[in-house]
Design a protein around this ligand. Structure first.
Ligand code: AMP
Ligand code: GLY
Length: 426
């Protein structure tokens, strides 16, 4: 099979690494990819939202399967674009339809979906410009902290946990009146703050049945001890010790099954990943958010722990045999530790030379590139999150120690990484 993977982050490097191991994978193309993905396939300089460019590439390279990494092409309707075009219809597309991708693309849509299907989530209300005054009143009567969410995609910056009424009202005005995120904040969801520990569960579904392919806990804050600004993710661990059978069973019965049944009942066309962002509140799972894609850096621990052939699973999802798939996991623990640019998640420099990569002797570790670029024979930084080191261990602590040892041998100007990933599980 010829496979095209869209995206350019650590998630895509981990997917490329995993897919290239499959005997179903003949040729792999990555658009646009990074310096890491080119070890497993051919990078093609096409944007993930250039659907016409992607079409041309699919026809020229006789692509049989399209795998989509990031959310933007999903929400913009890449699945529907392929379905509507007679020349592309035969291609297996691992993605939900644009309508179903609103589970990620619109917070209001996903909250209503959860309400309709009695899926546990924080209580909420939604407001627009027309109901701005009512929204202010709602906020002033709400308990603190209060969570404000821009309805649409806002590059991970659309959620604010306000600890005072003043802050909440300011954020609300910024989003609705000053259009902080443009159209994405023309509607705002205001919801209860859930106390607990976060964990993410990953599922593949054909909209009728599902298979759980892994779970992970990520570390979002830039600073050690979970302090400072939110980032795209500074590291991840899996499996998570509190994800025992009792809790997993609750997640399946109360959340995963009603979600997949909801997709089926509402005829929402779905052939792809669901990322359940969950809060464990006193042993009960609540949905914080749905994503229609894999997480980054969650993928960088989920793929290394998944023993089953992922391309085989994609094919099974397409031909209606997903229910029969045998999902197997490696028995170890995995941790990934992300190296980021100095200044990230604020301003940072790009195109800084990364040294140490060529001399690494890796045993139980894998280096996944996130924001890197090959310029001639040099690998340089090309983003805030630059690369992440995943390691296997007998437990989380051992895996984290191995990743940090590898990171000590890599350097670029301003490089920063959290030394405390997995600190709760020591
Ligand atoms: P999101 O952009 O939806 O991933 O939200 C960003 C982060 O905000 C989540 O990962 C949580 O840490 C936090 N968050 C979102 N909603 C809530 C909530 N209702 N209660 C507590 N934390 C939340
Ligand atoms: N690491 C969180 C995400 O991918 O959304």
């Amino acid at each position: 099979m010829n496979i095209l993977l869209l995206g350019s982050g650590g998630r895509e490097h981990a997917l490329a690494w995993k897919m290239s191991k499959s005997h179903h994978c003949d040729n792999l193309f990555i658009a646009p990819g990074n310096a890491g993905t080119s070890q497993f396939g051919k990078n093609i300089e096409i944007s993930v939202t250039d659907f016409e460019g992607i079409k041309e590439l699919c026809l020229a390279e006789k692509i049989n399967m399209l795998v989509v990494g990031p959310e933007e092409p999903l929400v913009k309707g890449i699945y529907d674009f392929f379905q509507k075009d007679a020349a592309l219809q035969h291609i297996i597309v691992v993605a939900p339809s644009a309508e179903a991708a609103q589970l990620e693309g619109s917070k209001a849509f996903s909250k209503k979906f959860m309400q309709r299907h009695h899926i546990p989530t924080a209580g909420y209300a939604e407001f627009t410009h027309d109901t701005f005054e009512e929204g202010k009143k709602y906020i002033s009567q709400h308990s603190l902290p209060v969570v404000l969410k821009a309805d649409g995609l806002a590059a991970g910056k659309g959620v604010v946990i306000a600890v005072s009424y003043e802050e909440a009202l300011n954020v609300f005005e910024e989003m609705i009146i000053n259009k902080q995120f443009g159209e994405a904040s023309s509607k705002v969801v205001i919801e209860e703050f859930l106390q607990g520990i976060e964990v993410s569960v990953f599922v593949l579904t054909d909209g009728e049945v599902y298979q759980i392919i892994g779970h992970a806990k990520d570390y979002k804050r830039i600073g050690e001890g979970d302090t400072g600004l939110n980032t795209g993710g500074m590291g991840c661990v899996s499996p998570v010790p509190f994800m025992d059978e009792t809790f997993m069973q609750k997640v399946e019965e109360k959340i995963i099954k009603p979600t997949v049944n909801g997709l089926s009942k509402e005829n929402l066309n779905y052939h792809g990943f669901i990322f359940f962002g969950l809060m464990n509140t006193n042993g009960e799972p609540y949905v914080i958010e749905y994503n229609c894609r894999m997480g980054d850096p969650e993928t960088e621990v989920v793929m290394p722990l998944l023993q089953t052939d992922i391309v085989g699973l994609f094919a099974a999802m397409d031909n209606g045999t997903l229910v029969d798939a045998n999902i197997e996991f490696y028995p170890q623990s995995c941790a990934t530790v992300m190296a980021v640019s100095g200044g990230y998640p604020g301003e940072y420099k790009k195109h800084l030379r990364i040294s140490g990569l060529a001399d690494l002797q890796l045993e139980d570790s894998i280096v996944f590139h996130a924001g890197t670029k090959q310029i001639n024979d040099e690998v340089v930084t090309n983003g805030g999150r630059v690369l992440t080191v995943t390691s296997y261990g007998n437990n989380i602590t051992e895996a984290v120690i191995k990743s940090k040892k590898v990171l000590e041998q890599i350097s670029f100007e301003g490089m920063n990484y959290r030394k405390d990933i997995g600190y709760e599980f020591v």
